[in-house]
Design a protein around this ligand. Structure first.
Ligand code: ZN
Length: 477
């Protein structure tokens, strides 16, 4: 049978990329879509293998993570516990609560002083409900590839704990990120201002501007500068200090202020912001309207600095991490406000993160229309894998292909980045393969898109080669 060797090869290729379990789902898609420019279904399957091979051989630039340095992780920092519960500590914990897990049980699952073997009983009632979500899938791929655990259950949990410990050792970042996930470098948002990473060319850092404009974080940001802050000029000086010190080393500027407010930043003059900052410094009461004036003014001050330093500005848009608090109406406003930002500062390169999920169609219109609008699929493949595939297909048929970044794991535990990276690669393959099958792209068109989508777009916008050269000279490198 001529199809036998093909299917064996395919299975090997799929195993090599860790897409266990997705093969059937993906394969069934072959029968659904019309293969208009395909001689036969077999040929279409062959082309899928070709796509998979090239996607798997192409290095990924990972444009968004929250990874601590490996040294910090090995000291047990940044994670609530240091056993297999870590795999359930980020994102998937929200699915567990949403599924109905009592918060006390979740605390136990993530606690340091609970026997790892006893943790399975806490998870077991909820695991069937969440194991197929994007968050669940990323964890399962990680467990399968890192620990050779196909099914998590009471029989395998002891093996999982042993395997977790044997993987979590010095060098495991290099092994997981580079050797297994095929990532050439990550952008890391430390959620502080800027981290002098001990792995500077693997974990490139964003300069975070939340503290510069929200609050602002006078205590946190002024201390390092040695400056005293008595008024707006002083605070501008603090912001400039951060850009002068780290602007040439940072890969981008990042703000997740959309968790606390809309992106409706007005260009407020200094005269209006000055008296508000005075009241903030005196710890006097400040109205919400006045606080917005100050935030708006400081946001634009920081964005102007970013633009002068040729740093793209990445903004959180769309879905919120966590559970039981998201005001969906505010999120719905993000794409229209993103368009306003593009118009207000045409020289700034804006990157809108997380495809503004679930409002990705609106955001796509922004990327199509504005030269300075880019969209990052970071986090999206695990929020909603199917919608992310639809987004990428739409983007490629709608907006220029040089304005989309296809992967950011957005994780704190490095183990889960592997699962997410696999899902992103599968998603890119699926989107391109379906577009060819539907007659939108030729095979050549699809193959040509792989390098720019996985790495070329990020290299160009973030000028990664120059950045990495610069980071090699960093005093902390
Ligand atoms: Zn993030």
């Amino acid at each position: 049978m001529s199809s036998e060797p093909g299917s064996v090869t395919r299975r090997n290729a799929l195993m090599a990329m860790g897409v266990w379990g997705t093969a059937a789902a993906v394969g069934s898609g072959a029968q659904e879509g019309p293969a208009s420019d395909m001689a036969s279904a077999d040929e279409h399957d062959d082309f899928r293998r070709e796509l998979e091979l090239l996607v798997n051989q192409t290095a990924l630039v990972d444009t968004h993570e929250h990874l601590p340095d490996e040294e910090a992780r090995l000291r047990g920092e940044w994670v609530p516990c240091d056993d297999w519960g870590v795999l359930f500590s980020h994102y998937i914990d929200s699915d567990l609560v949403s599924a109905g897990m009592p918060e006390d049980d979740l605390q136990q699952l993530l606690a340091r002083d609970v026997d790892p073997a006893a943790k399975w009983k806490l998870l077991a009632p909820w695991w069937p409900a969440i194991k197929n979500t994007g968050y669940g899938r990323a964890v399962r791929i990680a467990m399968q590839e890192l620990y050779d655990i196909d099914e998590l259950n009471e029989k395998t949990v002891a093996r999982l704990q042993n395997a977790y410990e044997s993987v979590r050792r010095p060098g495991f970042y290099q092994r997981i990120l580079v050797e297994m996930a095929g990532i050439e470098c990550c952008h890391v948002d430390s959620l502080g201002s800027f981290r002098e990473s001990r792995q500077p060319t693997l974990l490139l850092q964003d300069l975070n501007i939340v503290g510069m404009h929200m609050g602002p974080d006078v205590q946190g940001l002024a201390a390092a500068t040695g400056k005293e802050v008595h008024g707006l000029d002083d605070w501008h000086g603090v912001i400039r200090w951060w850009f002068e010190k780290y602007g040439s080393y940072a890969v981008a500027v990042k703000s997740q202020a959309a968790y606390r407010r809309g992106l409706d930043y007005e260009q407020v003059p200094a005269e209006q912001a000055e008296p508000v900052l005075k009241r903030v410094l005196e710890e006097a009461p400040v109205s919400a309207e006045d606080r917005k004036l100050l935030e708006d003014h400081l946001f634009w001050y920081a964005v102007e600095q970013a633009t002068q330093h040729e740093l793209p500005v990445k903004l959180h848009t769309g879905y919120y991490v966590g559970h039981n608090y998201m005001p969906l109406e505010r999120l719905a406003g993000n794409p229209a406000q993103a368009a306003d930002l593009c118009r207000k500062s045409p020289d700034t390169q804006w990157v809108f993160m997380h495809i503004a999920y679930p409002y990705w169609q609106d955001l796509l219109a922004v990327a199509k229309h504005y030269r300075n609008a880019h969209i990052d699929l970071c986090w999206a493949w695990i929020i909603d894998p199917a919608a992310s595939t639809r987004f990428l297909k739409s983007h490629l048929l709608t907006a220029p292909a040089n304005k989309v970044f296809v992967f950011g794991g957005d994780y704190i535990p490095v183990e889960c980045v592997l699962g997410h990276a696999r899902m992103a690669r599968q998603g890119v393959v699926r989107a391109l393969w379906e577009l060819v099958g539907e007659g939108y792209l030729s095979r050549g068109d699809a193959l040509e898109l792989i390098e720019p989508l996985l790495r070329g777009n990020a290299h160009r916008l973030y000028r990664l080669q120059a950045k990495i050269e610069r980071l090699r000279q960093a005093p902390w490198a």
